[in-house]
Write a protein that binds this ligand. Structure first.
Ligand SMILES: NC(=O)C1=CN([C@@H]2O[C@H](COP(=O)(O)OP(=O)(O)OC[C@H]3O[C@@H](n4cnc5c(N)ncnc54)[C@H](O)[C@@H]3O)[C@@H](O)[C@H]2O)C=CC1
Ligand SMILES: Nc1nc(O)c(N)c(N[C@@H]2O[C@H](COP(=O)(O)O)[C@@H](O)[C@H]2O)n1
Length: 275
């Protein structure tokens, strides 16, 4: 587990990010930031199951600064299994301990594949009070016929402070329905801001997810997209971010250099996703 505190960002870097941070005023909606690091050929890992370091120290600080500004940090179970991430905030925040500054790790895991133990980085971060205990979202349908072994593992994780939360509709083949169930549940659990880090399936699906708003207009749940681009190619076997259809809904786009990387921040125009 990496416990090294990170450097402070420069004033120009925080000024660059400020417009894209979740609103500080209380709100009853869930603000969603989609953020990840990609290579020049839009790969986020060199291969399936292989943790790949793309961000340099400066853009990594940027990511942790974003973590400090969100209530939750969400990844798919493949990312948890591949990366053994800590999913905490190691950016120093004045007046807050690391556990207070850290977002709540949220793992989407319909059939509870995350058989992690106490020595996983995420659980160690929580035990060492430098991160929060995770919430693991499983399918309600799956939980109805859970095996004694899986139930034992759920009880073991819950004994360490994790929560295993059943979500109706999580196993649906309809991705829109599945994301609607996830986001609605997180809102009901009190989250006001969510940072989605990946992996590829999560990013590719979420970019295309829409729901009808009160005016029956199709809208995206993603408010802001922040992408770090690292100056490397990961090649054809890499894990690719590339949604199945074209998307041209980003606006108010700004680019900023962080060390050797470049970071794009933008809003996501919900209505332009309308067919
Ligand atoms: N460079 C970067 O910023 C990042 C890189 N990664 C990399 O991404 C790779 C993992 O990506 P993927 O294999 O695409 O997997 P993933 O991390 O997106 O997880 C996919 C799994 O999550 C669950 N899931 C996701 N969305 C769901 C939904 N809407 N409803 C129900 N279940 C859902 C399913 O079990 C699915 O099999 C790893 O190699 C990791 O290193 C992950 C995060 C960030
Ligand atoms: N911003 C960013 N840059 C990279 O190069 C990455 N590989 C990732 N990956 C994401 O960060 C998680 C690791 O978090 P910890 O440092 O262990 O807390 C990893 O699971 C991905 O979600 N991100």
């Amino acid at each position: 587990m990496n416990t090294q505190p990170l450097d402070q960002l420069s004033d120009s870097s925080t000024a660059f990010l400020r417009p894209y941070l979740p609103p500080s005023a209380p709100s009853d909606r869930l603000f969603v930031t989609l953020t990840y690091a990609a290579s020049l050929d839009s790969r986020i890992a060199v291969g399936h199951g292989q943790r790949t370091y793309l961000s340099g120290p400066e853009s990594k600080c940027m990511t942790h600064y974003l973590r400090a500004h969100h209530d939750g940090i969400l990844v798919g179970v493949n990312t948890l299994l591949a990366d053994n991430p800590s999913l905490n905030c190691r950016y120093p925040v004045a007046g807050k301990s690391y556990v207070e500054a850290s977002p709540r790790p949220i793992i989407i895991d319909p059939t509870f594949r995350c058989k992690i133990g106490a020595s996983s980085n995420m659980m160690m971060a929580a035990a060492n009070k430098i991160g929060k205990e995770p919430w693991i979202l499983v399918s309600s349908q799956w939980l109805q016929s859970v095996s004694p072994t899986d139930l034992g593992h759920i009880q073991f994780l819950e004994g360490m402070g994790a929560r295993v939360i059943p979500i109706t509709g999580l196993q649906s083949d309809d991705r829109n329905a599945s994301w609607a169930a996830i986001l609605e549940s997180l809102k009901r659990l009190g989250l006001r801001s969510l940072m989605v880090e990946g992996g590829a399936q999560v990013i590719n699906d979420l970019l295309l997810t829409t729901a009808n708003d009160v005016n029956r207009t199709k809208i995206s749940p993603v408010d802001v997209v922040i992408v770090t681009i690292a100056p490397v190619y990961l090649g054809k076997n890499g894990v690719e971010v590339s949604p199945t259809t074209a998307i041209d809904s980003l606006y108010d786009i700004t680019w900023e250099r962080f060390g050797r990387d470049i970071v794009m921040a933008s809003f996501n125009n919900k209505s332009r996703l309308d067919p």
